[in-house]
Design a protein around this ligand. Sequence first.
Ligand code: PSV
Ligand code: MN
Length: 410
Amino acid sequence: MRLLRYIVRKGGAVITMDRAYGLLQDSLPAGVDLALAQSKLMSQRIETPSWGYGDSGTRFQVFKQPGAARDVFEKLEDAAEVHRMTGITPSVALHIPWDKVEDYQDVMDYAHGLGLTIGAINPNLFQEPEYKLGSVCHPDPSVRKMAIDHLLECVEIMHSTGSKILSLWLADGTNYPGQDDFRSRKRRLEEAMEMVYAALASDERLLIEYKFFEPAFYHTDIADWGMATLLAMKLGPKAQTLVDLGHHPLGTNIEHIVAYLIDEGKLGGFHFNSKKYADDDLTTGAINPYELFLIYNELVAGEADPGSNLDVVYMIDQSHNVKPKVAAMIQSVEQIQMAYAKALLVDRKGLADAQEQGDIIGAETILRAAYDRDVTPLLVRVRKQLGVPANPLEAHRRSGYMAKVVKARS
Ligand code: PSV
Ligand code: MN
């Protein structure tokens, strides 16, 4: 039974995974280093979000799932199951106050006991009644102070959990023309961010997320990557931009943004998910896996560039409303891993030559060839080396984990 997992069908014949790996190696263009790809995949890390394990929904309904995590400790248990299956998700992002506790040492100890660490701390500047007109951009200084105090509390939580990342998403914006003065709001934002930035130690980072709409619909105070990056540049080297795949208008070329930010040294983080229309929070790769691959193509090119000093925190930002949450998280991790694997197999030299010669068909063919590759034998090898199941999703679904937590959490 176990052996079967290492067997694939190739053109009707049954071959072992090792043979499939050999065939993959033989088929690669000269210059594509499979061993290097394997070692890169071994060190790939993806952070999962605590909020992806609890019950959530749309503004229409929350469909409660039996066994869904009810507090931060149960969320960590679910994250540990994802890490057990995939081997590449050892950290968990927290959302405050959703994950607020009396003593963060308890959270940190519990995480460590599960083989996890605490990742980015995400403040919540959108759920208090005071934030109706915004948080750090609010016209009333007392509301701005409340928001800044919360951000500083989150910096404290970073210090007590060992987190190095403050991940900021602002819901601030206005709903009607004339509702508030754009430039005043911009200055309030900058003033608040300067205070938060000053509270960060030299090895800590502020990642600034942008979103062009929602919950405000007329304007958003940090609407796009340009505004986020301008702010990060003004603040200094500890501030960078975070790209959430669900936060762009349809048709936006996200891989271009990624390349641009890499070149400016301002790409700090990712929120993976996928969208059909807006901030849909669908499983990563569910809608447009080719886009995910093209994004990774830029990331791999950036990694290979010694001048780029890439230090990106790769995080998933998904709330699974209808899919089983732990399985959906594993599915997403697999998709991200696959996109990275394929991008690592791009013939970079061939691509550069084609680009230089203006060979458009040749260049695109090289990308498509990498995208179309079956990277299963490579991933199986990586997983074997990581000591995790060859097929994490299947292993989780067979593991009985959900039945166990449904019982324990009822
Ligand atoms: C809301 O749009 C959002 O999905 C942002 O992407 C944040 O990162 C996330 O919620 C957590 O606050
Ligand atoms: Mn996000």
